[in-house]
Design a protein around this ligand. Structure first.
Ligand code: KG4
Ligand code: ZN
Length: 330
């Protein structure tokens, strides 16, 4: 079969990224232009500033991706871009650019769901991984436990009822003075501490999650005593949220009789969460997570997901629009 070269475009939040991926799994280039430094001083992503920076960056990022992959415009077989969920102005930059390219190059356009992209990052890091499996998607905006029935067939088994897990990481980090983005800072700090502080737990009858109780408890402890040991606080926070993730994932795995579990999304870069999930291999589970660079937002994962949508017969056209609250569907 002829190789299929996908150009992936991601601009849903604060990363402008363009990637070239062969046959959905082999990354030829994955250029990521992060705006973290720009948004840092505001303590979070400012949507309008994000959109402007995407506009400024996207052409050069695309040229660099083609150069690094050693291909020209005419070698592209299809164009996949994130059209949701995300910030509407930011998404529109990638969607408009992708539509322009699709029209000019006369190549198929595939609108891609950002969450499905995070899941597909695992296909790149693990060539042997195939559905069905369970995926715990943990990112700045999402906490979804998903049954990946097939490449294009998803069932959401549980989701957060309040904060996304990454939001909780970022909020805790901001309150205790670690800065933005908080996830990596808490990760580093927790390594120096011990999980000695008791945390509240919220349980539901189904597979839903809640993180706001844990987050609020940490914030209250810090406000009561700003000199509290922050290393122990971070370690206790990580332990509490990880227990919640593990509990629901194992419950779902047992209910469905599935032994293959993947992690995805920015928070799956967390070293403690990775190590605790890896412990499940002792109980006969196969555990997968993406390479670190593929955990946070990038276009290679969008190309991978777009490729499988393309194989599944999906096509978008020039009416494709940004959908900020796009849901995942089966
Ligand atoms: O997937 P992502 O890049 O963007 C969304 O789609 O939301 O995830 C970003 C989130 C942020 O909340 C960030 O703090 C978190 O991922 N994150 C981490 C780590 N690295 C990034 N959280 C915990 N530990 C990390 N090492
Ligand atoms: Zn993301």
């Amino acid at each position: 079969m002829k190789d299929i070269i996908t150009l992936g475009i991601e601009s849903s939040c604060d990363e402008t990224s363009v990637a070239v991926v062969k046959n959905g799994r082999e990354v030829l280039s994955n250029v990521i232009n992060s705006q973290i430094e720009i948004h840092k001083r505001f303590g979070g992503v400012v949507p309008e500033i994000a959109s402007r920076n995407h506009v400024e960056a996207i052409s050069n990022v695309t040229k660099e991706a083609l150069e690094k992959a050693g291909i020209g415009w005419n070698d592209i077989d299809l164009i996949a871009c994130t059209y949701g969920p995300g910030l509407v102005g930011a998404l529109l930059v990638g969607v408009s650019y992708a539509k322009g390219l699709s029209y000019a190059l006369k190549k198929p356009l595939i609108g891609t769901n950002h969450i499905e992209g995070h899941i597909a990052a695992n296909y790149i890091s693990h060539p042997e991984l195939k559905p069905p499996f369970l995926c715990m998607v943990i990112s700045g905006g999402h906490t979804h436990l998903i049954h990946i029935k097939d490449y294009n067939q998803f069932e959401i088994l549980g989701k957060t009822r309040d904060d996304a897990i990454g939001e909780a990481f970022d909020k805790v980090a901001r309150v205790i003075g670690l800065g933005y983005p908080g996830g990596p800072k808490i990760d580093a700090m927790a390594k120096k501490g011990k999980p000695t502080i008791e945390m509240p737990k919220t349980h539901f009858d189904n597979l839903d999650f809640s993180f706001s109780g844990i987050k609020t408890h940490i914030i209250n402890l810090h406000h009561k005593d700003p000199n509290i040991n922050h290393e122990d606080l971070c370690a206790s926070f990580e332990k509490a949220v990880t227990e919640v993730l593990l509990e629901n994932t194992k419950k779902a795995a047992e209910q469905l009789g599935i032994k293959t579990i993947a992690l995805a999304g920015g928070v799956s870069a967390n070293s403690y969460i990775r190590s605790q999930f890896l412990e499940l291999t002792k109980e006969g589970y196969q555990i997968y997570y993406p390479d670190l660079i593929l955990c946070t937002d990038n276009a290679a994962m969008i190309a991978a997901s777009g490729y499988y949508n393309y194989l599944g017969g999906m096509r978008s056209d020039l009416r494709l629009n940004a959908i900020p609250n796009l849901k995942i569907e089966g």
